[in-house]
Write a protein that binds this ligand. Structure first.
Ligand code: DX5
Ligand code: ZN
Length: 228
């Protein structure tokens, strides 16, 4: 099954005094996703931003006809209480962490909540969580997110062992002919993005390797050109 390929810039490393410009530039550079890293200081040892920022960016994107899929990556301990608020704020795709659930049944409960809001569903696993936990859920979700760093901070080094997780998940999806999206997130740069795409990831998150640069539009374009 052939999936579209998309770049998902993470604004975690952007200049927070000017997020509107940051997302405009990534859209002009050809990005089609906007990756929103929500951190609660419990599930991860960092606090980033939450519902009002997502809402403001959504209004800005709509008013300015920016064609961006709002991709909310919830690194929060209690995702089920926040599905509706993030859906109402304008997320198109909501990803929660499998590690916040006791078992697959609990994960299915959150999947239903996201579906009930009419949104696309992603489930994330940390670099040290076994990919087998996702296998039974694949027919029920739109995207598997394979973290390639321990979540919490931008600018960390890519963990190469996570490539095998993406390869295995892509293999399972292909066996069942599922149109599953696979996202990888963390430590991705111009040198390794091709390897990440070749491992089966089709929605690729890049944070600091874009926003550390002066010309965000040009940098985004370089990344988009590598995967399309
Ligand atoms: C990590 C976040 C990532 C990360 C991406 O907790 O989920 O989205 O910030 O940033 P880079 O590309 O800098 O690793
Ligand atoms: Zn993320």
């Amino acid at each position: 099954m052939k999936n579209h390929k998309a770049l998902a810039p993470s604004i975690l490393s952007a200049n927070f005094t000017n997020l509107a410009t940051a997302i405009t530039e990534t859209a002009e550079g050809g990005a089609t996703y906007l990756h929103l890293d929500v951190m609660d200081g419990h599930f991860v040892p960092n606090i980033s931003f939450g519902i009002p920022i997502v809402q403001s960016l959504r209004s800005f994107a709509d008013e300015n006809a920016l064609n961006l899929t709002f991709d909310a990556h919830l690194m929060i301990a209690n995702p089920k209480s926040y599905i509706k608020p993030f859906a109402d704020a304008g997320a198109d795709l909501i990803t929660f962490h499998y590690e916040t659930c006791e078992n697959a049944e609990e994960a299915r409960g959150i999947i239903s909540l996201i579906r009930g809001e009419g949104k696309r569903v992603g489930v994330a696993i940390n670099p040290h969580t076994h990919e087998d936990v996702l296998k039974p859920l694949l027919p029920e979700i739109d995207m598997a997110l394979v973290m390639s760093v321990v979540p919490g901070f931008g600018g960390q080094g890519f963990m190469p062992h996570t490539l095998d997780k993406a390869r295995k998940i892509r293999g399972w999806a292909d066996e069942q002919n599922l149109p599953l999206n696979i996202q990888m997130d963390g430590g991705i740069n111009l040198d390794n993005i091709k390897t990440v795409a070749d491992a089966g990831a089709n929605i690729i998150v890049v944070g600091s390797a874009i926003f550390a640069h002066e010309d965000i539009t040009a940098k985004t374009r370089e990344f988009v050109d590598k995967i399309t």
